[in-house]
Design a protein around this ligand. Structure first.
Ligand code: IPD
Ligand code: CA
Ligand code: CA
Ligand code: CA
Length: 263
């Protein structure tokens, strides 16, 4: 088993899964909700996760899979090879818009990031990276990030954090909204993470994400110099839910220190 084989195998699965998702848009899609009425899941999210798990286990029986929809292994620590998969990141967009969603996959080896993939299924944009080997978008190198300035920054965040809420002091967030050039909210954490890698965004934050939302994207973004932590500035475990903050290196610390006050 060479790591090269794993990378090309994973790439092949993602491309095949992307075709399945696009084809599914012509058929019946069953929608149900999970933890609350807006936490949606479809039969396609489930079928795509099962597709990955079946194919991964056939080729690599010792590898474990942590997937959002629960068909994989229950993973509490990252020893061995762990595939961290979100079959559709941005399910709400998938249902409402039929675009702006992604397959997100990170492969970790003994706790260390090895390969990251984010596939914008409708645009057929494949972002990928092998740790230490640079990041690519459809095979073309993504250049290292240039210096960013807060007053010219585009920041990805959900509007609900700038109104009173239970997780973060919203006055700091209002000041951030005032101080930056613009705020964007795309509805797919995986895409927002790779947008920081390509400079389409300069930062993106969330009050609560799971490892599968960001496992692939963070590897890609770190390859071009983005900084990834939780909103306290600490390293992510990649096993537990946490807050999430990714930014161009030149504004990462500045945003945490000046604007973020978690409750
Ligand atoms: C969600 C998306 C969304 C983020 C949510 C995630 P899902 O993932 O990434 O942008 O705000 O926190 O749960 O459920 O569509 O895979
Ligand atoms: Ca979900
Ligand atoms: Ca997700
Ligand atoms: Ca999902």
């Amino acid at each position: 088993m060479t790591t090269d084989t794993i990378q090309s195998f994973a790439r092949m699965l993602i491309i095949e899964a992307g075709s399945k998702i696009r084809a599914s848009l012509d058929g019946d899609i069953w929608i149900s909700s999970k933890s609350n009425v807006n936490d949606l899941v479809t039969n396609i999210d489930q079928d795509i996760e099962k597709f990955f798990i079946q194919r991964i286990k056939e080729s690599y029986p010792t590898h474990r899979v942590m997937g959002e929809e629960g068909f994989g292994d229950s993973v509490e620590s990252l020893e061995g090879v762990v595939w961290i998969l979100d079959p559709i990141d941005g399910t709400m967009n998938f249902i409402h818009q039929k675009r702006n969603f992604a397959i997100s996959l990170g492969i970790y080896m003994d706790g260390k990031p090895a390969f990251g993939f984010v596939f914008d299924v409708m645009l057929e944009e494949l972002y990928e990276a092998e740790k230490g080997q640079g990041a690519y978008l459809n095979g073309k190198p993504i250049p290292p990030l240039e210096e960013a300035h807060l007053s010219e920054a585009l920041v990805g965040m959900n509007a609900s954090w700038s109104i009173p809420n239970k997780r973060i002091e919203h006055d700091g967030m209002i000041q951030l909204v005032r101080d930056v050039r613009g705020i964007r909210s795309y509805g797919s954490a995986a895409l927002e993470t790779v947008y920081v890698a390509t400079g389409r965004l300069d930062a993106y934050m969330s009050m609560r994400l799971n490892p599968w939302d960001i496992a692939g994207g963070r590897i890609i973004a770190e390859e071009v110099g983005a900084v990834v932590t939780n909103l306290r500035g600490n390293e992510l475990t990649m096993v537990d839910k946490d807050t999430f903050f990714i930014a161009n290196k030149s504004i990462h610390r500045q945003i945490i220190e000046k604007y973020i006050r978690l409750k």
